[in-house]
Write a protein that binds this ligand. Structure first.
Ligand code: FMN
Length: 262
């Protein structure tokens, strides 16, 4: 079967699919419907833009029925609403003990499916440390990994006194891991995690990046082992997630951006 099938009775011959294809794999025959170039099959990113952009639903990619594709029209959200969502996201460091229902966690994590990935590779693996007891054990391993580093003296001391400054008593931790040989998996993971973080905020959940866990995982083999990270994978991002204990009443100040026009 060829990569794309065109319903010629529906095709408006507008050339949108050909213009939007990131790899230039479709060409418009004069007056005719689009056709794929010979190397299309081996080069296609499977990004689905050709089918998504077609106003008449004339194009099927890899046999997928365009009628079955979900509505892709941009919601009419006020820019102010989106800006307020972005600006009110905070790194949450005090969590309720209450676990997040699995279906809510799943829904929030699902957002990462629509995050951009280099060459549409979608190669990030997501691990949810769901069990609060395991999260606590993980925090303990991080403390052991960082014990000798002066910067973490306070966090280590707090741990000895029964206070978790590492994973902040969050009920869950989310870890992104990917194959080390891939093209910049850390960027794909960070973008995916950012999607999740914002989706979590929209659901009333709190999150905080766990950079300390990421750093300790590089120093202490026990951590990736405990998390059952495959040998050829690396931990690219980690984040605490749970219901926040408190609300932020104000948006903290931030530096002016350093923006240049050229
Ligand atoms: C990559 C990354 C790693 C981070 N690691 C930690 C961490 O280990 N512990 C922590 O409490 N906050 C961590 N943070 C949160 C930052 O401290 C926080 O984003 C910053 O202070 C701004 O606050 P805000 O997120 O509430 O706007 C991390 C943030 C990023 C982006």
């Amino acid at each position: 079967m060829s990569l794309v099938q065109i319903d010629e009775t529906k095709c408006a011959r507008d050339g949108l699919c050909a213009r939007d294809c990131p790899m230039g794999l479709l060409e418009m025959a004069p007056g005719g419907p689009p056709r794929e170039i010979p190397e299309a099959e081996s080069t296609c990113l499977a990004c689905g833009h050709c089918a998504a952009i077609c106003p008449t639903g004339a194009l099927s990619l890899k046999g997928a029925d365009p009628e079955q594709m979900p509505d892709g029209v941009r919601p009419r959200l006020a820019p102010e609403e989106v800006e307020q969502l972005l600006r009110t996201r905070r790194s949450v460091r005090v969590y309720k003990k209450e676990p997040v229902p699995r279906d809510v966690l799943r829904r929030v994590i699902e957002s990462a499916r629509w995050a951009p990935t280099a060459t549409n590779r979608q190669g990030v693996n997501w691990l949810v440390v769901e069990d609060a007891e395991k999260v606590h054990r993980l925090a303990g391993m991080v403390v052991e990994g960082l014990r000798t580093i002066p910067y973490f003296t306070r966090a280590v001391q707090a741990w000895e006194e029964g206070q978790d400054m590492i994973l902040r008593g969050a009920p869950h931790v989310l870890v992104a891991h990917a194959a080390t040989d891939g093209f910049d998996p850390a960027i794909d993971s960070a973008i995916g995690m950012t999607y999740i973080e914002l989706a979590a905020h929209a659901h009333g959940l709190g999150t905080c990046w766990a950079g300390v866990l990421m750093a300790a995982a590089r120093l202490k083999r026990e951590i990736p082992k405990f998390l059952e990270i495959p040998e050829k994978h690396k931990i690219c991002a980690a984040m605490m997630i749970g219901y926040p204990e408190h609300e932020y009443k104000r948006i903290p100040a931030r530096n002016e951006l350093n923006v240049r026009l050229l």
